[in-house]
Design a protein around this ligand. Structure first.
Ligand SMILES: Nc1ncnc2c1ncn2[C@@H]1O[C@H](COP(=O)(O)OP(=O)(O)O)[C@@H](O)[C@H]1O
Ligand SMILES: [Mg+2]
Length: 142
């Protein structure tokens, strides 16, 4: 079966006085539908840069110098910002390490999840109906 996410030869670089330096130098992996993949590595080995490359959220100074990121068969690197905005959050999301920004304990989980649904589906799509079962259904279908 074709993988849902197929990362091939991904190279991401930052500028340096002596030219671009690859922080990712040919990353390859694939994820099948329903599969859970854990990427483990020491600090600075490129886990975050891999995720930011996939979600199109790299810092402005970074460049992707090679490779492909195929999501359901289409190359995310070929999408413009508008098309990528439709994928990001709706199809592929990143939960950042910063708990304050991502999972703020001052907000109910429902409110955090609703923000994503509201962005992609408008106010009606965001409504969970208030019960635990209906919220779970809305989130699972998202
Ligand atoms: N803004 C940046 N400018 C230059 N180099 C960076 C920047 N951010 C991260 N790096 C470098 O990219 C490499 C990979 O970092 P990162 O993906 O954050 O590692 P991990 O998440 O595995 O700890 C590291 O060597 C880090 O120093
Ligand atoms: Mg990291």
């Amino acid at each position: 079966m074709a993988p849902i996410l197929d990362v091939r030869g991904l190279k991401t670089a930052f500028p340096s006085p002596s030219g671009p330096v690859n922080v990712l130098d040919g990353v390859d992996f694939e994820v099948q539908d329903g599969e859970i993949l854990g990427i483990v590595g020491e600090s600075g080995s490129g886990k975050t840069m891999t995720a930011l490359s996939i979600t199109g959220l790299l810092p402005r100074t970074a460049t992707i110098r090679g490779g492909e990121i195929l999501y359901r068969g289409s190359n995310l690197l070929a999408l413009d910002n508008r098309a990528m905005n439709r994928v990001r959050g709706e199809q592929i999301s990143m939960i950042f390490q910063s708990p304050r920004a991502s999972l703020n304990p001052l907000y109910r989980v429902e409110a955090t999840l609703e923000q994503v649904l509201r962005t992609h589906r408008g106010p009606r799509g965001a409504s969970c109906g208030g019960t635990r079962t209906s919220c779970r259904a809305a989130c699972v279908s998202a």
